[in-house]
Write a protein that binds this ligand. Structure first.
Ligand code: SF4
Length: 329
């Protein structure tokens, strides 16, 4: 509904846009997308990708147009010499095993910060600790982390209530790890509940929530109380994007909406606002942020100011086979 549509002759209302920085692509997403693009450039199409390489429809459709074929499971891939890429979210150990058994040329685009959590879990397991994973059931990263260890080695906890209900085999031999894209504040509460119940629990030296998730939430907390509405550009299946919308609401922004792109904006949500915060999840490309601001600029006289709370210079190198001159196939 074009509630704010105005005749061309009428002056548009002013809209101050506070653009959050950092926003959008993180180093893990850049690496994952580059992995698919470089693999296509080097080996040609098709390139198979298990699961959405990152949770963004625009990115996935762009890569499909270049020759990537997306599948949910390796069973969907015919016998092939074409490369097979695992998404940024990480995979259970059974997936590389299955790829090896089928002689697939596999490339792993798992974010190194997710791999770090996998290694932490393995170390705790080797030391005989039962692991609690703080995360959201069904998210591919959670499925991948649980799948690093034998069944029963990891228990998922999603809330303080689940921490209270958890019955350990040995309360003195516990550890916790977390999904990388959680709400910083919710996770702090769950960790506090764990530490209160199990003072001997082992955890990461620094939390597992990644720098990109933390930084994007931090700037939203700064901007949200200063604006009448907030737009989070990103996909509904992106965990860090959903958390940004929640953080905006909790930080005092009365209207926080997640939009995939300009065409999806429900103008009835925004009404006669004079200030708007804009951010983007870690898997949302900047072109979509520009498109969304462009959508507002058709209805408002937009004045953009950037609010920066952190500088980011994180970079993750591509998988080794793509860095080497002579790729091994
Ligand atoms: S959001 Fe964090 S963990 Fe996920 S890909 Fe980006 S840097 Fe890696």
């Amino acid at each position: 509904m074009n509630a704010r549509a105005a005749p061309a002759t009428t002056a548009k209302p002013l809209l101050k846009v506070l653009l959050c920085s950092p926003r959008g692509f993180c180093a893990g997403v850049v690496r994952a997308i580059d992995t698919v693009e470089q693999t296509l450039a080097r080996y040609g199409a098709p390139v198979y990708v298990r699961h959405e390489i990152v949770h963004n429809r625009y990115v996935v459709e762009s890569l499909k147009a270049k020759g990537a074929i997306f599948v949910e499971e390796l069973d969907e891939i015919p016998d092939t010499t074409a490369p097979v890429i695992f998404s940024a979210h990480g995979v259970p150990k059974s997936v590389p095993s299955q790829a090896k058994a089928r002689n697939f040329f596999a490339l792993d685009a798992t974010c190194p910060l997710v791999t770090k959590v996998h290694r932490e879990a393995e170390i705790h397991h080797k030391r005989g600790r039962h692991i609690l994973l703080i995360g959201h059931a069904g998210h591919p990263e959670v499925v991948g982390t649980i799948g690093q260890l034998p069944p029963g080695a990891i228990t998922l906890v999603e809330s303080v209530d689940e921490v209270r209900a958890f019955v350990p085999r040995d309360p003195k031999s516990l550890a916790y790890v977390t999904q990388t894209t959680l709400s910083v504040d919710d996770t702090a509460e769950i960790v506090a509940a764990l530490k209160a119940r199990f003072p001997d629990i082992h955890g990461p030296h620094k939390e597992d929530i990644c720098y990109a998730t933390t930084n994007r939430q931090e700037v939203v907390k700064r901007v949200a109380p200063m604006v009448e509405a907030m737009v989070v550009v990103g996909s509904p299946n992106s965990s860090n994007t959903q958390r940004l919308r929640e953080v905006a609401e909790r930080a005092g922004c009365p209207r926080a909406a997640l939009v995939q792109r300009a065409a999806d904006i429900d103008w009835s949500v925004f009404g006669s606002i004079a200030s708007l915060g804009v951010t983007a999840g870690a898997s949302a490309p900047e072109v979509l942020v520009e498109e969304v601001i462009g959508g507002f600029a058709e209805r408002y006289e937009v004045k953009v100011e950037t609010v920066t709370t952190a500088d980011e210079d994180m970079f993750f190198p591509l998988p080794r086979v793509l860095r080497e001159g002579d790729a091994v196939k």
